[in-house]
Design a protein. Structure first.
Ligand SMILES: NC(=O)c1ccc[n+]([C@@H]2O[C@H](COP(=O)([O-])OP(=O)(O)OC[C@H]3O[C@@H](n4cnc5c(N)ncnc54)[C@H](OP(=O)(O)O)[C@@H]3O)[C@@H](O)[C@H]2O)c1
Length: 274
């Protein structure tokens, strides 16, 4: 790793566990102070302790429930109030829901859309003036490989991640020349508590077989971000898959992916799908 120097502060949403916690320690190891956002205060304190051991103790916990109305504005106000040099915003907090669109609760899906799309947009909009004040700054958006292919059983989740990727690319073009670089990371399966929380235990065997731990994904994402890349798919196998999907027609990609996912629905839901 390059010699550590002070790179300002990175705010990371969803930093209490999984990929967000790994991104926080990775960024701390690269010299960023960290501002850690999630609901679980105790888990955030532990991540702050680990990150602080790597960056000279520059770690703040900002406990917030980003589902709550006004929460993003409150987080942004607290960041402005801290008066630290903000140089990086990582839009990582996200949630999945697995199942047929009409079998999943409408309220649950709308909440997920809010967390996966509205929160990154609002947070970035509110914090961009601080980023623009820095000589070099970054936005890292955590999308997903599901952004590349419409996916039955994850219709709304996949749509939310496709939105994030498109928004990320366009924002990057708009900010060219300002010193703020925008990167999207599109991971495949990461072994975290995500699948259990998304109700997709039926896919766990595939996730275990082809998935990666959050550490290597975070390392790949931060490396791409610091190099100013537009997009990164962590992991060689995932990169090959994404490239191949780009060459093949969407209809074929979707037929293959939908087949794998629909097959794993519980029998009562599979009947409806057929
Ligand atoms: N795991 C995968 O296979 C995979 C693959 C591709 C992309 N991704 C994306 O990677 C990102 C991180 O996923 P992960 O696997 O690390 O998931 P995870 O282990 O479930 O972690 C999600 C994080 O988001 C936080 N969060 C959830 N709801 C929140 C809320 N209302 N307010 C504040 N924070 C909230 C959680 O903290 P609290 O519960 O403490 O609030 C937690 O820190 C997500 O955007 C996900 O879509 C994951």
């Amino acid at each position: 790793m390059e010699r550590m120097h002070d790179r300002g502060y990175a705010l990371i949403t969803g930093a209490s566990q999984g990929l967000g916690a790994a991104l926080a320690t990775e960024l701390a190891g690269h010299g960023f102070g960290v501002l850690l956002v999630a609901r679980s205060a105790q888990a955030l304190q532990e991540v702050a302790r680990q990150a602080g051991a790597l960056n000279g103790g520059r770690a703040h916990v900002l406990t917030a429930d980003l589902f709550a109305p006004g929460a993003v504005e409150q987080v942004a106000d607290r960041v402005h109030g801290l008066n630290v040099p903000l140089t990086c915003v990582v839009n990582n907090a996200g949630q999945g829901l697995w199942g047929r669109f009409d079998g999943l609760g409408l309220g649950d899906q709308l909440r997920m859309m809010h967390l996966n799309m509205d929160v990154p947009v609002e947070l970035t909009h509110r914090l961009l003036p601080l980023l623009k004040g820095a000589k070099r700054a970054y936005v890292l958006n955590v999308s997903s490989m599901t952004a590349y292919t419409a996916l039955a059983t994850m219709a709304v989740y996949g749509g939310s991640k496709a939105f994030l990727l498109r928004w990320s690319r366009a924002l990057r073009a708009e900010l060219a020349g300002t010193g703020v670089s925008v990167t999207a990371v599109c991971p495949g399966s990461i072994i975290t508590g995500f699948t259990a929380r998304a109700g997709m235990q039926a896919m766990d065997d595939l996730a275990r077989k082809f998935g990666s731990g959050p550490g290597p994904v975070a390392a790949s994402a931060v490396k791409a971000m610091l190099k100013g890349k537009a997009e990164v798919v962590p992991g060689l196998l995932n990169r090959i898959t994404a490239k191949a999907q780009g060459w093949l027609p969407d209809s074929l990609n979707e037929k293959v992916a939908n087949g794998i996912y629909l097959k794993r629905l519980p029998p009562e839901e599979k009947g409806q799908a057929g």
